[in-house]
Design a protein around this ligand. Sequence first.
Ligand code: MLT
Length: 332
Amino acid sequence: MTYLTRLLAGTAIALSLALPAAAAEYRIAVGDGAGGTQEALGKAFIAALDEQSGGKMTGKLFLNGQLGDEQDTVTAAATGTLDFSILAINNITPFSPTVGTLTLPYVILSLEDAEKITQGDLGKQMVDKTVEDAGVRIIGWAYSGFRVLTNSKKPISTVADLKDVVVRVPKNEIMIETYKSWGINPTPMAWSETFAALQQKVVDGQDNPYMTVYAMKFDEVQKYVTNLRYIFSIEPLIVSEQLFQSLSADEQKQVLAAGEAATKASGEFLRAEEAKIREELVKRGMEIADPADGEKEFISLATTAVWPKFYDQIGGKDVLNNVLTTLGREKV
Ligand code: MLT
């Protein structure tokens, strides 16, 4: 070895000792655009992960489905080609039917209900089931509010008003059956295709929370809003189980702690922002109405027809009854 190569090798070793190792940067898929609850959860998670790991782990958000449609990101994370994803729970149900309990119409009736279930024992059981069924681990939860119905055709306040309105739903059996109970055949469609379908009037409407309507700029292609409360949207942050198992015990703890911190921040974000976002959508020209008669007809048709159809899929009627009793409601 010449003097020069010895000198260069020595300098490289000294530099590598002096510099901190590069942080592991994980890719986090996000189904929605900027400004919604998914992005807020992602940002809070990255900040908490940086802090928990002393800068050794961080993440990068890829908004607007850049890393694939929400349902496809579950498969990608399960096979280890994607690290994390933030998506609506209804897009995990096809891979892990028990979480469908949280998508059954009129089960989760408030943000407090959502927090109680997801942050309690039932939430932990659902996390275990999802690892087992889908190969992904839920490590955090975003809370997005009720999925309100939007459309470009007319104000809707009764079940009868839905006739002749073509509504897009996620590829989720529970949601398809819910609209069927209201007398129409909805159009199942991937989330990533929804804006274009609304714009080109392939479909007239869709449902999603105010925060999502705003993040996706749906006000540009939708006019009327009906304040349905059939699903309170819960949006998990999932990690590839393969990735999670490859981490050291300390790193796993840091990831879980960051997920918990982000979950707490998500509830606060929704409490602070939802009313403002709703006002902003009105300023942009959206017209908001409540369903007629306290939504009674929607509620009775959906709960009577849809709940019993899914007892088997969600793991038995007891799974629903556990959720209902935890929320202080009557069993079915
Ligand atoms: C969907 O409608 O497919 C999802 O709820 C969209 C979302 O993740 O916000």
